[in-house]
Write a protein that binds this ligand. Sequence first.
Ligand code: GDP
Ligand code: MG
Length: 439
Amino acid sequence: LSEKLQNVFAGLKGKGSLTEADIDTAMREVKLALLEADVNFKVVKEFVASVKEKAMGAEVMSSLTPSQQVIKIVNSELTELMGGVNSKLTYSPSGFTVLMMVGLQGTGKTTTSGKLAAWLKQNGKKPMLCACDIYRPAAIDQLEVVGQSVNTPVFTMRDCKDPVKIAKAARKEAEIKGYDVLIVDTAGRLQIDEELMDELADIKKEIKPHEILLVVDALTGQDAVNAAVGFNEKLGIDGIIMTKMDGDSRGGAALSAKKVTGKPVKFIGMGEKMDALEPFHPERMASRILGMGDILSLIETAEAAYDEEQAKKLEKKLKKNQFTLEDFLEQMGQIKKMGGLGKLMGMMPGMGNAGIKDEDIEKGEKEFRQMEAIICSMTKEERNDPKILNASRRKRIAAGSGQPVSKINNLVKRYEEARKMMKQFSKPGAKLPRMFRGM
Ligand code: GDP
Ligand code: MG
């Protein structure tokens, strides 16, 4: 596939904007890749149409061919589609969280319950498991074995034939004994049926889970998607756990399930062992679904080269003392692209990841948006020469961007600081430290 694409566009790098023909050629390959990955046909059709719209007229980076540019757009759209909010477990603010595992038979509910307990323990939680699958006698034994292997107590009521009662009693016990997460393993069926849905709805009503996690088997492709739709309509789910991703599935079901239910994939199962559970990474899944690892890494390299080119331009500007507010904004945008200052710091030796929280990253994003709004409200003259920003100009910009004047003052101050810092590095002979060059 990649070779075919490379050949078609060999030598056609950086040729301006994407045309409809460029997009169609690349999209044919993308469509095939998606269908091969078992992405739902309707989802593919919709996705291709929306990407096409976004890609039309997009600029082709100087180091990429048009089809690589299209695939770059496809990849980031796929990532976006599967990402988004709520992809993490939400814990109850009360400090006691109930997770209810649901799904068809054999998808991996019981195994995943154990894996989740292990994962929670690793993340400083104190979980308890609860066996609510009363239909197969071996099901309770299985959860007990699983519980033992991850050192987590399992609540059972072997003589009770009422899963609602069991779940209720488990909840009470877990709270009294000071556990902070209760994982309720439930029964499955081969297919969605009313009886099962009623039972699950009754458990839900009684124990009010904070998250209902649907376990689906990636290898079943379209069946997994149908299960997601059914469970979400009849019961309401909060997230999806996709198991058996260690098999040969490309994981297209993950994309379809998210797209048709709007509910995020939160974890993937990567094997039968108790440590084979990973939080979901949309970007990894996107490249798995596309199956274009080679092209994607090629694009990454090209992008890095592009950034280098930008950095050189910036250095030149600095040397001529022409670092404008627009350059400043672009610089901040680059930092954001690289995953925020937090991530950048995390990559530096000795800094570790300590103290960098998602909230910080979100805060950074918001700040960036505000800065962008402010700079957009300036005239070209002002952007190029912020020294002319007197009080009345600042007031006008504040009104235009919907930000208080203090934010504008703050922005100008930060710009000045950045300019000073960059000027230091632009003295004859000095080079920007490697770390700042991509900025
Ligand atoms: P349940 O009926 O939904 O409770 O499913 P089980 O937890 O009993 O799992 C059914 C089978 O799938 C078992 O043999 C598990 O070992 C296997 N299984 C579960 N998750 C995974 C996974 O992520 N990868 C692989 N390879 N097997 C898994
Ligand atoms: Mg089970």
